[in-house]
Design a protein around this ligand. Structure first.
Ligand SMILES: [Ca+2]
Length: 450
């Protein structure tokens, strides 16, 4: 269980000279609460609507791209200025937004590994329901390829759109829509279970739930080859590439609402996907080819029964319908409830294994967040997970709040919408001041040395 206790709200600072003397002597405070956080949040951009993605514009300029859920992809220059002209304006392509909370909009953004030569990039966004989509369903998630202008890499046109794959969605929520290129050059896409509590519903949910049904793309991690085929190719080693026992796009399955995908830039380039739980557990998963991550027969390390979502069944399923065992998460923490005051919050937000240079104390650790401890009040928490040494037995990570300047408990008084990583491996925190994915209360911060 993650240790939130022991981290106090008010920063306790030692005199700098004492701290320096202790450091020279090689004595560092052993208790985290005794050390003032040596990390700060540097404001990079503000006045955005809910920012969902940040990535480097990999043209050598050092500029960043920031996607706003409500439709714009902005260019942020090296000095933190938002360019007047957006990279791309997708507003006309989006389904109309809810007035309140919404999980639709611009959800995923990834540049092609050879962007500098082919100018291609990929976006997942929420389009109005396709004309031939199921009549009473909500909208269509669309993966499209676009191309930046040859004369100006910081500008792209809607006219360059090539639609790769549409996935119809029964509800407005649990879309996920996160994308990333793997070290194999293939595009990975996390898709949520379609919404509705417990992956149960007459509209758009398979009898056994979408997560466990391999004939739907909902509740899956997909893998596509965007460099071959029309409109895309199926990698030969996708587990159901022949289409016999599942949809050929599927790479892994049994996910609920995986809001977070990243490949480790170092190590063995593992694929990390976080999954937002129903009522009990938030998960970090290492995704492997063909893995079944359990939803809705499992939540966290426990079984799950949709008829009693708050209580794990006495005799949980341990294998999927194909007889193969589930893949457990590498770490869980309890979803925030009245009886779990030490939780980080109500929805895990995926991050990155830190491989940058500015913050050596984070090297090799997984930096992520929880969206908020509360649906009404912005109360997100930054978290850092540490994995056991290689070969230390079954992989189980541990986590603690990531203290930052003036917020040693990691609670940064904003909703944490997403994390981002630049081409140097440095990390960013994308926040919003309300639950509404519109307005101008979105900000981007960079994690920097204090
Ligand atoms: Ca799971």
């Amino acid at each position: 269980m993650p240790a939130h206790s022991g981290f106090h709200f008010a920063p306790r600072r030692r005199p700098a000279t004492l701290f320096l003397a202790l450091t020279i002597l090689g004595i560092v405070p052993s208790r985290a609460e005794d050390a003032a956080p040596q990390i700060a949040l540097k404001l990079i951009a503000e006045g955005l609507s809910a920012p969902t993605n940040l990535t480097s514009l990999t043209d050598g300029s050092g500029r960043l791209l920031v996607a706003e859920q409500s439709g714009l992809i902005d260019v942020i220059t090296r000095d933190g200025t938002k360019a007047e002209r957006p990279f791309l304006d997708l507003k006309s392509r989006l389904v109309p937004a809810n007035p309140g909370m919404d999980e639709r909009g611009v959800l995923g953004l990834a540049l092609h590994p050879q962007f500098k030569t082919n100018r291609k990039f990929y976006v997942v966004y929420s389009a109005p329901l396709r004309a031939d989509g199921p009549k009473d369903w909500d909208h269509t998630e669309r993966l499209s390829e676009f191309r930046a202008s040859a004369s100006d890499f910081a500008v792209a046109s809607l006219d360059s759109e090539r639609v790769l794959l549409d996935i119809d969605e029964p509800d407005w929520n649990h879309n996920s829509g996160r994308i990333a290129f793997g070290p194999d050059g293939k595009l990975y896409w996390t898709v949520g279970d379609g919404g509705a509590p417990n992956d149960v519903g007459v509209r758009g949910h398979a009898p056994e739930g979408n997560g466990q049904n391999r004939q739907t793309l909902l509740g899956k991690v997909l893998r596509l080859d965007v460099d071959s085929g029309t409109p895309y190719g199926i990698p030969a080693d996708n587990p159901y590439a022949d289409g016999k026992n599942g949809r050929p796009e599927i790479y892994a399955y049994g996910l609920r609402n995986p809001w977070g995908i990243s490949f480790d830039r170092g190590g063995t380039h593992e694929l990390i996907v976080t999954d937002i739980g129903q009522e009990r557990w938030e998960e970090i998963n290492l995704i492997v080819n063909g893995g079944n991550y359990g939803w809705r027969l499992r939540e966290g390390f426990d079984g799950f029964d949709p008829k009693s979502a708050y209580q794990a069944p006495a005799n949980p399923a341990t294998v999927g319908a194909d007889g193969k065992p589930f893949v457990d998460p590498v770490m869980v923490y309890p979803t925030m409830r009245r009886n779990t005051p030490t939780s980080f919050g109500v929805s895990i937000v995926g991050g990155y294994i830190y491989r940058g240079h500015a913050l050596p104390q984070l090297a090799g650790k997984y930096v992520f967040a929880d969206w908020s401890r509360n649906f009404g009040i912005p109360d997100g928490t930054l978290v850092v997970a540490t994995r056991p040494p290689a070969g230390a037995g079954p992989e189980k990570w541990t986590a603690a709040p990531l203290g930052v300047q003036d917020r040693p408990d990691g609670r940064i008084k904003s909703f944490v919408w997403a994390l981002g990583q630049d081409e140097d491996g440095e990390l960013y925190v994308l926040t919003n001041g309300s639950i509404i994915a519109a307005g101008e209360r979105g900000k981007v911060f960079k994690l920097v040395p204090r």
